[in-house]
Design a protein around this ligand. Structure first.
Ligand code: KG4
Ligand code: ZN
Length: 349
């Protein structure tokens, strides 16, 4: 059995996992840094790298106790370069020292693999040919069309990510970091129709979204209505439900057009914001209305994790990607491969 070790350190979670050759989860562990960053109201990059340095060796020791992986998959980007480098150097050193197969993984490809996985030891589901995928997290908000081995970004945020917008609005509201899950909970008792936020106009047919205008409007509203300084719990719940509805509305807005144009067999959701109750329900409703199956990730796999990186690594390996552990590097931006990596890939084919 080809056992794959997945390592993820792109942001504020140190995570490792072991998968069997069919994508069945044999082991997974995650060390969250939320308590370290909470006092600052957001992720502090330098602190994140140091926390990875502390956590990752312990997680790896536990994962490798008695296990002999043959393939190592590690996130190479996009993400915080200092954090990525901790995972990459650990993974590369292991691969080099043990002469193991090695592959670098795009973090967003990892997220898109997560709906196909389960934590109960079952093999991973094989994706159909045409998958329409929404990834929404604290750093990214994009729609993709995956056709076989080809992947295309259909739409993306022009500024803030969906989770980032919720986190920043929540911070002004006085909520703890990260505010996304707290807004989700507050919103359950609220009226999403109480405050109307205008949809930004993007003057093309791209389906792109923009969350920074929504963020500013929500912050102005908090100050005008003193929502951060009120004992009126219903007002806070109504505000949470309204901002959540605005974010979900924007994310799901292009779905009809994408389905009409690309005729997908399956629609998936992933990323940290995929834990959101209204977004999950909204996508399920859209799928039912459009007659297309919707696949949601298990809640535990919505946040950054090693399982999704191991699986994306297996799939990359199966389509022939191989990387040199001595030459692998991190990339911070939302590009598909680090500069030079394609050349390495080609040279090694
Ligand atoms: O994927 P993730 O763990 O890290 C990034 O790659 O960004 O996503 C974290 C983001 C945060 O912005 C957090 O507030 C948001 O996901 N989030 C949620 C929920 N759970 C996490 N947003 C809305 N509702 C939730 N239930
Ligand atoms: Zn992520």
């Amino acid at each position: 059995m080809l056992i794959t070790l997945g390592i993820e350190t792109s942001c504020d979670e140190s995570a490792v996992a072991l998968l069997g050759s069919e994508g069945e989860v044999l082991f997974h562990r995650l060390s969250s840094q939320i308590p370290a960053h909470a006092p600052y109201g957001g992720v502090v990059p330098e602190l994140a790298s140091r926390e990875h340095l502390k956590a990752l060796p312990l997680l790896l020791r536990e994962a490798l106790d008695g296990a002999q992986p043959q393939l190592i998959a590690v996130t190479t980007g996009p993400g915080l370069v200092g954090s990525l480098l901790v995972g990459i150097r650990c993974a590369a050193a292991l691969a080099w020292a043990r002469s193991l197969a090695f592959v670098g993984v795009n973090h967003l490809e990892g997220h898109r693999a997560s709906p196909f996985l389960s934590l109960d030891g079952r093999p991973a589901r094989i994706p159909p040919d045409r998958v329409l995928a929404l990834v929404a997290s604290g750093g990214h908000s994009s729609w993709y069309l995956d056709v076989g081995e080809e992947s295309r970004m259909l739409a993306r945020t022009r500024d803030d990510a969906a989770g980032e917008c919720l986190d920043k609005v929540g911070k002004v509201l006085g909520l703890p970091y990260p505010a996304g899950p707290v807004i989700d909970r507050l919103a359950r008792g609220g009226d999403p129709g109480r405050f109307a936020f205008r949809r930004p106009k993007i003057r093309d047919q791209s389906g792109d979204f923009s969350f920074s205008g929504l963020k500013s409007a929500a912050i102005r509203l908090i100050r005008a209505e003193k929502i951060d300084d009120t004992g009126d719990e219903q007002l806070r719940a109504d505000f949470a439900a309204s901002i959540e509805a605005a974010v979900v509305g924007q994310l799901l807005d292009p779905i009809n057009g994408f389905v009409r144009e690309h005729d997908p067999e399956l629609i998936t959701l992933s990323g940290g914001v995929a834990a959101n109750t209204a977004l999950r329900q909204g996508l399920l409703d859209a799928g039912r209305r459009l007659g297309i199956e919707v696949l949601l990730p298990e809640k535990a796999l919505t946040t950054d994790n090693g399982v999704m990186i191991a699986r994306a690594g297996q799939l990359a390996w199966a389509r022939g990607e191989r990387h040199d552990p001595r030459r692998i590097d991190a990339f911070s931006r939302k590009i598909w491969h680090p500069p030079g990596m394609r050349k390495i890939l080609e040279a090694r084919r």
